[in-house]
Ligand binder design. Structure first.
Ligand code: HEC
Length: 110
């Protein structure tokens, strides 16, 4: 009985954590990226312009941290501060999922 309760509890915990992962909406990230970010970073995040960093294929956690840092001001860039200011925590998560799902020179191992 005791084992059953433990198994049921860990099952519930697993379900919870997978729901958190499924909380990110990659399609919403794509929409936002197309509307807001593509003009500088390129449609697929692989900007051809050297003054705009490539973000397609970058690690999800890196992208999330960069955007949160711009938003909090701990990373300072006047352009990205303006961009990040209007992003919600969910936007940041969705964008990070979207860009990290793409391939680019950052993860092509060339
Ligand atoms: C007007 C042009 C412009 C737009 C639009 C823009 N960015 Fe940026 N972005 C920049 C510039 C310039 C930098 C480099 C800033 C720096 O040196 O920190 C940058 C840096 C970044 C970085 C850090 C990259 C790295 O390698 O550290 C991320 C992540 C990023 N942008 C994501 C986004 C997202 C997501 C959007 C859309 C919500 C967006 N940007 C919209 C110009 C732009």
């Amino acid at each position: 009985m005791k084992n059953y309760v433990i198994a049921a509890l860990s099952g519930a915990a697993l379900m919870l954590s997978s729901q958190v992962m499924a909380g990110a909406d990659i399609e919403a990230g794509k929409t936002k990226a197309t509307e807001v970010c593509a003009s500088c970073h390129g449609a697929d995040g692989n900007s051809p312009a050297p003054n705009f960093p490539k973000i397609g294929g970058q690690h999800r956690t890196y992208l999330e941290k960069a955007l949160k840092d711009y938003k909090s001001g701990s990373r300072n860039d006047p352009i990205m501060a303006g961009m990040a200011a209007s992003l919600s925590a969910a936007d940041i998560e969705n964008l990070a999922f979207y860009y990290s799902s793409l391939s680019g020179s950052l993860n092509s191992h060339k």
